[in-house]
Ligand binder design. Structure first.
Ligand SMILES: Cc1cc2nc3c(=O)[nH]c(=O)nc-3n(C[C@H](O)[C@H](O)[C@H](O)COP(=O)(O)O)c2cc1C
Length: 161
């Protein structure tokens, strides 16, 4: 699986007392356009598992290249992941979001598919925004990467002629 490049996101939610929860997640992908659905995979052992299922809503903060340190903090145990003060409340909700993310998706859970030690949350994106950063952070071969665009196909064809 280390050969499978994946996006790096921080999935955030808030419980009934307004307490913030969040974890770094790379098991995030688009699965359907009609109806619109994305998938987030969360291990049963995650501290965020119960809060996420109970809240039934979350924000996918798609990270940019400069967020590698933040991604490690949201994967670390025994630390206050929100201590950096980067997150704000999504307007009209208590859901934390990172204004500086590359892309922000506010989602509602529609289905939960248990698979082994994970639950796959199938969620409907309700709102989408581009955030303050561009670019993407990618998890590949157990470390962070920033994608580099390959030669444009047209240019490659011209070069080969
Ligand atoms: C790059 C990266 C991607 C991760 N992706 C996921 C994921 O998709 N789902 C998941 O449950 N945990 C994922 N994790 C692990 C969590 O971020 C976190 O470390 C784990 O849930 C333990 O946190 P806890 O102390 O909240 O239980 C990932 C960690 C890293 C570093």
């Amino acid at each position: 699986m280390a050969q499978l490049a994946a996006p790096v996101t921080v999935v955030t939610t808030a419980d009934g007392e307004g307490r913030r929860w969040g974890f770094t997640a790379s098991a995030v992908t688009s699965v359907s356009l009609d109806p619109p659905r994305i998938l987030v995979g969360i291990t049963h052992g995650s501290s965020c598992h119960q809060p996420l299922l109970e809240a039934g809503q979350f924000v996918v903060n798609v990270l940019a290249g400069r967020h590698d340190t933040l991604a490690m903090r949201f994967a670390a145990r025994g630390t206050d992941r929100f201590a950096g003060g980067e997150f704000e409340d999504w307007p009209g909700t208590r859901l934390p979001y990172l204004p500086d993310a590359a892309v922000l998706l506010r989602c509602a859970v529609r289905d939960i598919v248990p698979v082994g030690d994970h639950d796959l949350l199938l969620a409907e994106p309700l709102e989408a925004h581009t955030g303050g950063s561009s670019g993407a952070l990618v998890w590949y071969q157990r470390s962070f990467h920033v994608p580099v665009q390959t030669a444009h196909l047209g240019e490659a064809a011209a070069g080969a002629a």
